[in-house]
Design a protein around this ligand. Structure first.
Ligand code: K7E
Length: 629
């Protein structure tokens, strides 16, 4: 099977040998090699080869991509926008990180958005997901988790900037994140992965693991405030929502509540927790909750035996959770088990009515290969599962897997394709929505090894683009990326309408404008210095190639706030403000206002300049800060 898929994507023999060396030793004794290719499968592949598919990955210079890809930036803490299918990086959106180019994390506007975590400069972003209406992307927001500092942030898709950030109380390490799909994204749902004492004040026994909880978090998507939390047993990993607006599902590993690896994987089964949204909302309304740690977030009891949840046993340490876009199934990916567990969403009403047993909701558990982590879907009933240990994508048919489970002689496996190497998430074009179109599959490989020129001990990841429009998957592009995309979504360009200029009344900087008004300054027409004790506010305009103010005077030790308003109305004319030798720089987009506060702690003359190229006389666009000793 490897031979066949390799011949389709030109992997050299040398590579093939290296692949074996890397991943396959784990195969020994696992009995997990999935069913072999049949003659019919070979035949359909040959046909696909003959009639070249019209899906082209070539985007010529000057042409635009068909899709926006939103990529998480892992430990970089950012989100990135790629064009699909070109895989060109179009933009970076700093979120949990601090960014030298835009001043994100340094400007007053970004610090206000970061709120209580403005002092943090790191993040670990895994799961970007867009808001939906009726199970389709609505182009409004992209939400992203920060596992490192237990946060969730929102990106406004008209300006492609982070506009809200929330530190989730009570919980620890937000991991899996998704949105409610139907009727609309009222809630963002996410898992607090690590378990800690529910009252974590250091006063009770720190080693009494019976008090440790992992929390399911439900956030109001519009206000970005906590709606409620649900206590569960085990620790939560990934989550997804149904297409009916009724249920959410999360994978749980470590149901043992072990505190080390051996204990965490000692029992044969963990579980998927199903959350009943209507019952949870009713419980909150009826006041059936507790609060902890001095905040007022309602915490519901969803532990085993609760009316709010059901626990479906699955093979131990499941990882990814993916809803099929026909709305019929939750797919829990086995990770340590070579299987995925297919849960029928239709049967969940009966499960909550106690008419069936939890395992009765499982309609198939197809064996796919070693290390299944995440599953994506096309519009033809097929699923694509990453096999981390095998370094492969398994394409399989959902209905065939269910039929095989029911005893029918049918091979549900369609193809296995080698990827390079160790894939985590994968995602199909619009594949988490009703609009899944079966054209592209992106696979985020954790290791690139020999696929690119060596660049030192740290290597890029390898994000691979696969054409899935035909019967056969075809690898068409290797894309090196910096640390470390976990997940992505692929959104048709028709769903997004980004702005070209900032609206002058944008809430992003309305507090800065309000302060200017208090100071009696119209930022669009005036250049003025306001002294307020040892606080100095410097208001200046910028229009290529000049700042509205070419010098201002302050005293040594003053706290200086520079507020720059970009009056240019020309698309793409972004200005910058950099105060040399003060660690001060920021971006000011066309028609935007940005501000940054620093201490004038060096006497003498200091030049400020525009650090975003704007004009032929860009070098001359500068002025002096005169600091009197
Ligand atoms: Cu599988 Cu954080 Cu979604 Cu990484 S998680 S792979």
């Amino acid at each position: 099977m490897n031979k066949d898929s390799d011949s389709s994507n030109n992997i050299s023999l040398e590579n093939e040998d290296r692949r074996k060396f890397f991943g396959k030793t784990a195969l020994i004794g696992a009995g997990a090699v999935a069913a072999p290719m049949t003659a019919t499968m070979f035949a359909t592949m040959a046909k696909a080869n003959a009639s070249e598919v019209e899906n082209s990955a070539t985007v010529h210079p000057g042409e635009l991509d068909e899709y926006y890809g939103f990529w998480s930036g892992g430990q970089s803490g950012e989100v990135r926008i790629l064009g699909i299918p070109s895989m060109r990086e179009l933009m970076r959106i700093p979120v949990f990180n601090t960014d030298s180019a835009t001043g994100w994390g340094l400007t007053n506007e970004s610090k206000r958005i970061k709120g209580d975590s403005a002092h943090l400069h790191t993040g670990d972003s895994h799961h970007p997901h867009m808001s939906m209406t009726d199970g389709q992307y609505d182009g409004k927001y992209v939400f992203i988790n920060d596992k490192a500092n237990t946060r969730v942030a929102r990106i406004r898709c008209d300006i492609m900037k982070c506009d809200k950030m929330l530190t989730v109380p009570n919980a620890y390490a937000i991991h899996g994140l998704r949105v409610q799909k139907v009727p609309y994204t009222k809630y963002v749902i996410c898992n607090g992965e690590f378990e800690v004492p529910i009252v974590n004040d250091g006063k009770s026994s720190l080693n009494d693991v019976s008090t440790y909880r992992s929390l399911y978090n439900v956030i109001n998507a519009e206000t970005m405030e906590m709606a409620f939390q649900v206590e569960v047993d085990g620790n939560l990993d990934n989550t997804d929502a149904d297409f009916d607006g009724k249920y959410f599902a999360s994978t749980c590993y470590n149901s043992e509540m072990g505190m080390n690896l051996g204990d965490m994987i000692s029992s044969e089964r963990d579980h998927v927790v199903i959350f009943n949204l209507a019952r949870c909302e009713a419980a909150v309304k009826a006041g059936k909750f507790k609060t902890y740690n001095g905040n007022n977030v309602p915490v519901l009891n969803g532990r085993k035996g609760s009316e709010l949840t059901r626990y479906i046993p699955v093979p131990k340490s499941p990882h990814g959770m993916n809803t099929s876009p026909d709305g019929k199934y939750f797919v829990a990916n086995g990770k340590l088990s070579p299987t995925v567990s297919i849960i029928s969403i239709e049967k969940l009403d009966d499960l909550f009515a106690d008419k069936i047993k939890p395992r009765d909701a499982i309609v198939a558990e197809p064996e796919l290969g070693l290390g299944p982590l995440h599953t994506a879907f096309d519009n033809r009933g097929n699923a694509y599962t990453t096999l981390f240990l095998d370094s492969q994508i398994a394409k399989w048919n959902i209905q065939d897997a269910i039929d095989a489970h029911n005893g029918k002689k049918v091979n549900y496996l369609r193809q296995k394709l080698d990827v390079h190497y160790q894939p985590g998430h994968n995602h199909t074009s619009q594949g988490e929505t009703r609009d899944t179109d079966g054209k592209w599959l992106v696979v985020l490989c954790k290791f690139s090894k020999d696929r690119f020129l060596p660049v030192g001990p740290l290597r890029p990841e390898n994000d691979q683009l696969i054409d899935i429009s035909g019967d056969e998957m075809k690898l068409v592009h290797d894309g090196p990326t910096y640390a470390e995309p976990h997940d992505c979504i692929i959104v048709h360009r028709s769903k997004l309408k980004p702005l070209k200029l900032w609206p002058r009344n944008d809430p992003f900087f309305n507090e800065t404008i309000a302060q200017a008004k208090k100071d009696g300054v119209d930022v669009y027409t005036q250049n003025k210095v306001i002294r307020d004790g040892n606080k100095v506010r410097v208001y200046m305009t910028s229009i290529a190639p000049t700042f509205g103010m070419t010098e201002f005077k302050v005293k040594l030790g003053d706290e200086v706030t520079v507020v720059v308003t970009n009056l240019d109305q020309v698309e793409d004319v972004t200005h910058g403000f950099c105060m040399t030798n003060h660690g001060v720089q920021m971006e000011i987009g066309p028609q935007a206002t940005s501000s940054l506060t620093f201490i004038a702690n060096k006497p003498g003359v200091h030049w400020y300049y525009c650090n975003w190229f704007c004009h032929a006389l860009h070098m001359e666009m500068r002025g002096r800060m005169l600091v009197e000793a």
